[in-house]
Design a protein around this ligand. Structure first.
Ligand SMILES: Nc1ncnc2c1ncn2[C@@H]1O[C@H](COP(=O)(O)OP(=O)(O)OP(=O)(O)O)[C@@H](O)[C@H]1O
Ligand SMILES: [Mg+2]
Length: 357
């Protein structure tokens, strides 16, 4: 069989999705392929001849592995290395380091291959969240329908009974039945969630947030100050205004309830974020709105189950705020996630931009 020849000028290294660095025996970078430059967010000129340890500060394990490769002449694999990029961002990579020989026995070059696993991990995490929401809203709707049907009957029968009563003092009891049936109906309507189609339009997210802030402040849940940290250059999002208002209202109420009584702060922050995957779509740009509070944090025992309906850590909570918010945001093609530790809880809402919707 004839070997298949690549076209002239074809550079396999440049075509790889894996980031590849070629190092000399002083661990200086001789070459970096396009995927490596993209991963490290730098240019080839800034890497050439630079020692690995300088190019990747904080990647001591990787530098160690490269040294051992040179000494022992064999390959090493390091999984889940936290690679520091710039001052703030880090990314998670799987690395393998392999010796290359000019003449044995001394390896003269080292090849470092890095695969970014952060995106894969995040997609998996988001996939779980989406799936969870899908299952929980189906459960919720089923349950709500089952409750709603007999509820009308119970209320109607109580009204009939009231009319037939000979002793009007007994009406106190039928009123309880009617009142409780009404309360349950309101709850069930919340469980069934907003109906009707979305009315999407180009929106300034800050208008939405300011509206929510004013409504929630008027309710005076506690007396925490709501701080704002908005990025004024944010582009518009394509979404249903009422649905966004409802979703952010639920998040903001939760945040205020979390800081109630401990003089905490709640912050609304908006940012643009590059390259973000929601579901299976990789968006070039997304808007990220964070509702941050300094409260005690999400109870670790509840964890991600707070997105399930009827899961609540509050005595008077119905556990519907978050699942409703999640399903409303998903209708806009977005996603809600959270990170929490005592003193700092962040609920993030990612929304795709108009032109991609
Ligand atoms: N900012 C937060 N800090 C700490 N815990 C939170 C926060 N937001 C949500 N939680 C936890 O998640 C639970 C579920 O929240 P969710 O909004 O779904 O229901 P709820 O607030 O209990 O009731 P409601 O239906 O009235 O909103 C809360 O009871 C609380 O335990
Ligand atoms: Mg709530």
């Amino acid at each position: 069989m004839q070997p298949i020849e690549p076209p002239a000028g074809f550079d396999l290294l440049e075509a790889l999705a894996t980031a590849v660095l070629l190092l000399d025996d002083d661990l200086r970078i001789l070459r970096a392929n396009a995927s490596a430059l993209a991963l490290l967010e730098t240019s080839e000129g800034r890497l050439r001849q630079v020692p690995l340890g300088h190019a990747l500060p904080g990647a001591d394990e990787l530098v160690d592995a490269a040294r051992r490769t040179l000494l022992e002449g064999r390959s090493f694999t390091e999984r889940g290395l936290d690679l520091r990029l710039g001052k703030l961002s880090t990314t998670l990579v799987d690395c393998s380091v392999t010796p290359l020989w000019r003449e044995r026995p001394e390896p003269a070059f080292v090849v470092v291959e890095m695969t970014n696993v952060e995106r894969r991990q995040r997609i998996q995490h988001e996939g779980n969240l989406l799936m969870q929401n899908h299952v929980s809203s189906a459960l919720l709707r089923g349950l709500a329908h089952e409750i709603k049907n007999p509820l009308g009957g119970i209320r109607g029968a109580a009204q009939l009974l009231e009319r037939e009563l000979e002793d009007q003092r007994q009406a106190e009891y039928t009123q309880i039945i009617i009142g409780e049936a009404d309360r349950l109906r309101t709850l069930v309507d919340r469980m069934l969630g907003p109906r009707g189609s979305s009315n999407k339009q180009q929106l300034n997210i800050h208008d939405v947030l300011e509206h929510v802030r004013m409504v929630v402040e008027a309710e005076r849940v506690g007396d925490a100050v709501i701080e704002r940290d908005y990025d004024p250059s944010l582009p518009e999002v394509y979404a249903d205004r009422d649905q966004l208002v409802q979703a952010f209202m639920n998040l903001l109420r939760n945040a205020l309830q979390a800081v109630e009584g401990n003089l905490g702060t709640v912050t609304l922050r908006t940012r643009i974020q590059r390259k973000f995957t929601i579901g299976s779509t990789l968006h070039r740009l997304v808007v990220r709105v964070q509702v941050i509070d300094s409260g005690p944090g999400v109870d670790p025992e509840l964890g991600a189950s707070i997105f399930f309906p009827l899961v609540s850590g509050r005595a008077e909570g119905s556990g519907l705020g978050l699942p409703i918010a999640q399903s409303l945001i998903q209708r806009q093609g977005g996603l809600i996630g959270f990170e929490s530790e005592p003193g700092h809880t962040e609920f993030s809402v990612w929304l795709p931009l108009g032109e991609e919707a």
